[in-house]
Design a protein around this ligand. Structure first.
Ligand code: ZN
Ligand code: ZN
Length: 252
């Protein structure tokens, strides 16, 4: 029996092997990529973080908008692949020998995707496809920046009894350097506020863990004596007790 392409009638011996009943040329008309017609990129206007898969993703990029758009596109882009188990939609990293290029053009409100790859292992020549989606940029404030703006704090580190103003300055520098370092690995580590208090300084810190880490460092580096206390300030929405922790560090 002579097999032929159901669409154009070409014989398999001339234009095969047939794939899904189509000759090689007709088969290559099938789309390679699936991409939503609109790509929405949500960015934090304060720090440049962007939403990816329901979470805020930090970035330190020279081109924050383009890099965010690229990652969002790669997250939603799917590649069509026909196998024995039928038509699959795969992520780009799951497709061997695929070439993909994502070119965001925020000034035109567009993102262009180009790809070269095979839809079927028996497809003779890889297919080139170019798609464009609308690029919508939305600006908001991420959770961390919202807490920073609200001066959110769970611990107050009280620095008291400095032997000299030089010492005080030295401690401050060390403390602020440490918070900056910890903030790089986790942006939830930050100083919410600083207040002069009873001849000393109060540092309002984002988390209790941060307060304890710094207190331990002050003890080690400067021989401070540290005393921690907690005050019940209410309950969380799920009914757990909520405390504000105070850590007193004395330097004399
Ligand atoms: Zn055909
Ligand atoms: Zn932010």
């Amino acid at each position: 029996m002579r097999r032929f392409c159901y669409k154009c009638g070409a014989l398999e011996k001339d234009a095969g092997p047939l794939l899904l009943g189509l000759c090689q040329r007709c088969f290559s008309d099938l789309p390679l990529l699936e991409l939503p017609p609109e790509i929405e990129v949500v960015l934090c206007r304060d720090c440049g973080a962007f939403r990816l898969g329901g979470r805020w993703q930090r970035q330190s990029s020279q081109e924050p908008i383009k890099d965010a758009a690229r990652q969002v596109v790669f997250d939603s882009l799917r590649v069509v692949s026909y196998t024995d188990s039928g038509r699959l939609l795969l992520r780009t990293v799951e497709v061997p020998k695929l070439q993909v290029e994502v070119e965001p053009r925020p000034e035109e409100g567009l993102v262009v995707v180009r790809a070269l790859g095979r839809l079927h292992s028996l497809q003779k020549n890889p297919k080139f496809e170019e798609l464009a989606s609308k690029l919508n940029l939305k600006y908001t404030t991420c959770e961390t920046c919202r807490l920073k703006r609200a001066k959110h704090h769970e611990a107050i580190l009280q620095l008291r009894d400095f032997p000299s103003s030089e010492k005080r300055l030295q401690v401050q520098r060390e403390l602020e350097k440490l918070v900056a370092q910890l903030g790089e690995s986790d942006p939830m580590n930050f100083i919410a506020d600083i207040k002069e208090q009873h001849g000393g300084l109060d540092y309002y810190l984002s988390t209790v863990g941060l307060g304890r880490r710094i207190a331990a460092q002050l003890k080690e580096r400067f021989g401070a004596t540290v005393f921690e206390s907690a005050k019940l300030i209410g309950r969380t929405r799920d009914g757990r007790k909520k405390y504000r922790v105070s850590i007193l560090a004395r330097f004399m």
